[in-house]
Ligand binder design. Structure first.
Ligand SMILES: Cc1ncc(COP(=O)(O)O)c(C=O)c1O
Length: 438
């Protein structure tokens, strides 16, 4: 006989109230992704046969972007060779060494391989960083818009010091934002190139931010207090465009090496979001704690994929060849969008975008709040998003999904799942939709 477990909720509870009673307070407040909700709406429209230029999800479609051929071949070889038992919890020695070498070669940072802790993508290193640095009552400071920091704060009982940024700093945190805000802060989260905005720190701007943190840590050290640590999320660092050079906290201020925890992955740089290989690079001394937490999370990357990562990262020419095509294809899509919007702006339409600097994102502002079309007045960014989706089949995400509270008309456009032809067709429809706004 089969037990029907779909009906086991005790009779006095509904499913919702049972979940509230059974789960802790943290779980009650943990929301799902706002972006995935919008993506669900788009998928429903597609199922009805609508032609949609889907710029919502921060992922790559394999129809547009593939992992490096070398990587795919090496994964296959590793499986064929029976490389399927547990890797060490911190990662395979060769993969950790290959990441170390990559950082020395490309970023000028000479870490020991012991500082590299592998994980299944960038998320477990983020989870571990919060888990090891933030305890209930600690403050966590980051710029808004930001990708997912509020969830990790919530999980760890951290108090959010969310600083809403504006286009005048390319939506990046600026040193003036830190002044007077660091009291009680144990973690500052920086991300460059930035999801959702596609902007990146200059050496000068990052250096000024680091100066404020170093001065605070000098004071704290004199008082024997816990330092401010920086989580530097650089998952998009190999995708910088238009002459932008990726910079790091220790790269611009060597003393920051003691306080910086890097979070990184092959997910974005090699269109490998579903492969799940990432890492943290941590200051000497933090490795044992990382090893313990990541090990208990069971969040290590699969052994064949770690071996393939080692082979890929060691092959500089394979990386150069891959990026000469893949990066160019990302940049072409971002530029097509940016140039299209700037042409609309020149025509007098109410839209602007920030020039692409990095990642797979473009920041675009539709300045039509309070205006009307299709019998509707746009009172919020979500109204604008809904109109552009219905009228132009253009799927985009308002900055509110990344924590911005104010309605500003700013939206994130993500190009990993669309072709240039989708973009050209979508831009023509957008121009038509904007011309109808009065
Ligand atoms: C800024 C940033 N960090 C980390 C991640 C997570 O990367 P992974 O898929 O490797 O867990 C993402 C994914 O969208 C991201 O945008």
């Amino acid at each position: 006989m089969t037990l029907d477990v779909t009906t086991v909720t005790p009779a006095q509870w509904g499913d919702d109230t049972f979940a509230k009673a059974a789960l802790n307070r943290m779980a009650g407040g943990l929301g799902g992704s706002a972006i995935l909700k919008i993506a669900g709406e788009i998928n429903a429209m597609k199922a009805e046969g609508r032609d949609i230029c889907n710029l919502t999800v921060g992922d790559f479609s394999p129809a547009q972007f593939r992992v490096p051929a070398k990587f795919a071949a090496e994964v296959g070889k590793a499986y064929a060779a029976g490389q399927t038992n547990y890797p060490p919890a911190v990662g395979l020695p060769g993969t950790r060494r290959a990441v170390r070498d990559l950082y020395e070669r490309k970023l000028g940072l000479n870490y020991s391989a012991d500082s590299v802790i592998m994980g299944s993508g960038a998320r477990p290193p983020i989870f571990a960083t919060y888990g090891l640095v933030v305890q209930p009552g600690d403050k966590v400071l980051y710029g808004i818009p930001s990708w997912n920091n509020h969830y990790y704060c919530h999980i760890n009982g951290g108090e959010v010091i969310g600083i809403e940024t504006t286009a005048d700093t390319d939506f990046l945190l600026h040193s003036r934002h830190l002044e007077g805000e660091l009291d009680g802060v144990t973690l500052v989260c920086l991300n460059s190139p930035l999801n959702p905005c596609g902007t990146a720190f200059t050496a000068e701007a990052l250096g000024r931010l680091c100066d404020v943190i170093l001065a605070e840590n000098e004071r704290r050290e004199a008082r024997g207090e816990r330092p401010v640590m920086v989580m530097y999320d650089q998952v998009y660092w190999m995708l910088c465009f238009g002459g932008v050079e990726h910079v790091t906290p220790p790269g611009v201020r060597p003393k920051m090496a003691a306080y910086t925890i890097f979070v990184d992955a092959i997910s974005k740089s090699f269109a490998a979001t579903g492969v799940r290989v990432g890492w943290a690079v941590v200051p000497p001394g933090l490795t044992p704690a990382y090893k313990a937490l990541i090990g208990h999370m069971g969040a290590w990357a699969p052994r064949p994929e770690q071996l393939a990562t080692e082979a890929l990262l060691d092959d500089e020419q394979a990386i150069i060849d891959y990026h000469s095509e893949m990066k160019a294809a990302v940049e072409a899509r971002l530029n097509a969008l940016h140039n299209g919007f700037e042409a609309m702006h020149a025509e007098g339409l109410p839209v602007r975008s920030l020039a692409p600097q990095g990642a797979i994102y473009l920041s675009v502002r539709f300045s039509i709040l309070g205006r009307s079309a299709a019998g509707k007045t746009f009172a919020s960014d979500d109204d604008i998003r809904g109109y552009l989706l219905d009228e132009a089949g253009f799927g985009i995400v308002p900055f509110q999904a990344f924590g911005l509270t104010e309605d500003t008309g700013w939206m994130r456009l993500s190009v990993g799942a669309v072709g240039l032809d989708d973009i050209e067709a979508g831009l023509a429809r957008i121009a038509g939709a904007l011309r109808k706004v009065s």
